[in-house]
Design a protein around this ligand. Structure first.
Ligand SMILES: Cc1ncc(COP(=O)(O)O)c(C=O)c1O
Length: 404
């Protein structure tokens, strides 16, 4: 870890043309703004180098295939995966988790098998398992949280049995910013023979992720939360697991040989990428990973946790504000202002050029646990500064004045 970078705030807002001066964009957990290198990579691809991949016999297509596959290799090195063949391109984390449920889940789980989720999961790590439950008769268990909003791994350990085949946890909560101890989660899952899936949507833009060191079995994330384009995401899985998974969608590119009698399938990852892929999305994701890694995830994490600390300190000084989640949350602060609906908080903040998210954040079971219908959420990115936190706090003070 670089001590210089760890203590100096990042000053990168000039890289982001869609952030005008004076606008505090605090909704990065929903989607990150895009830096110029990502916009340029997408623009260059459509203006200069565009062609299809994997099929063309002409040079342009061969070059685009190389660029598309280079993006896959870049994702593999970003996650420290063993090989690019372990990287499946999908539309986003939602599709990645549905793929695991509908392919691995249908092939390997049967009635009476159990899946352990946690109370803080995003709907995209709940509903696919309910759809699988409807199809196969599996059972779903829900791990509770600690007082400060972390997945309670002691409780998880006590709940796990030989009937559990999968543990599926959010690596970083999109509401609370809490980070799960993924290594321990892998250990306790593997002890009973279960696999561990991590929903890494909020983790990859905020902390360094090494799937080999974590010991997980599946890892899912979306490109657009990592400063890349929408419509592209990643499923990583251990190669032996990918090999054991049947296709879940049929079409072009995913086959070996097709006849009306019988079709054989391509090996992974092609087997899971039916149809023309999001070619330029993959190139944009490549540029986004280059951008993020040039800054360094340790530096990003230090920058965002410092902003979280400042925000939490300032907001906890306001009597009417209730803060959710742990002190050391990764880049995300959820809060409620007593007697004011979060949507009103969001609207008043918007009048002061501060953009936050207000709602259930696709985590309705978590809202129920917190005892609120919704929260206000400020989430930080590499472009935010102490001035953005000050604008947030000023806006909340205005909210409390308006609502008395
Ligand atoms: C923790 C988490 N998981 C999954 C998702 C779903 O991501 P996407 O909508 O990009 O598929 C999100 C998006 O908000 C998220 O924050």
């Amino acid at each position: 870890m670089s001590t210089v970078l760890d203590t100096r705030p990042l000053d990168l807002v000039a890289d982001f043309p869609a952030i005008p001066a004076g606008w505090a964009y605090l909704d990065t957990a929903a989607t990150a703004q895009k830096p110029k290198p990502v916009i340029d990579a997408i623009d260059r691809a459509y203006r200069e180098t565009y062609a299809t991949v994997h099929r063309g016999v002409y040079q342009r297509s061969a070059d685009m295939t190389l660029a598309y596959e280079a993006a896959r290799a870049r994702v593999a090195s970003f996650l420290n995966a063993g090989s690019p063949d372990e990287i499946v391109f999908v539309r986003g984390a939602t599709e990645a988790i549905n793929l695991v449920a509908q392919s691995w889940g249908v092939a390997h789980l049967k009635a009476g098998d159990r899946v352990l989720l946690s109370m803080l999961e995003h709907h995209s790590n709940i509903v696919p398992w309910q759809l699988l439950r409807d199809r196969t008769g599996i059972e779903i268990d829900v791990c509770p949280l600690t007082e400060d909003g972390r997945i309670d791994l002691d409780a998880a350990e006590a709940m796990l049995t030989e009937r559990h085949k999968l543990v599926a946890f959010g690596h970083v909560s999109n509401v609370l910013g809490s980070i799960v101890d993924a290594r321990r989660a892998a250990e306790i899952a593997h002890r009973v023979g279960a696999k561990l899936l991590l929903d890494g949507c909020q983790a990859v833009p905020r902390i360094a992720v090494d799937v080999a060191a974590l010991g997980c079995d599946f890892y899912a994330f979306s490109g657009h939360k990592l400063y890349g384009p929408t419509g592209i995401g990643v499923l990583w899985a251990r190669p032996d697991i990918l090999d054991s998974m049947p296709p879940w969608q049929g079409g072009g590119s995913m086959i070996d040989r097709v006849s009306f009698e019988r079709t054989t399938y391509a090996p992974p990852p092609g087997r899971f990428e039916a149809g023309t892929p999001h070619i330029v999305g993959a190139l944009g994701l490549h540029a986004a990973i280059d951008y993020v890694e040039a800054i360094g995830l340790d530096a990003i994490h230090a920058h965002e946790t410092a902003l979280v600390r400042t925000a939490r300190e300032a907001l906890s000084g306001l009597n009417s504000v209730r803060l959710f989640g742990p002190e050391d949350s990764a880049g995300i602060v959820s809060f409620a202002v007593e007697g004011v609906h979060p949507h009103d908080v969001g609207t008043i903040l918007d009048e002061g050029q501060v953009a936050i998210r207000a709602g259930h954040h696709c985590a309705q079971p978590l809202m129920e646990t917190l005892g609120v219908p919704a929260t206000a959420r400020a989430s930080f990115g590499v472009y935010n500064s102490a001035a953005d936190v000050a604008a947030l706090v000023k806006g909340i003070e205005r909210v409390t004045r308006i609502f008395g």
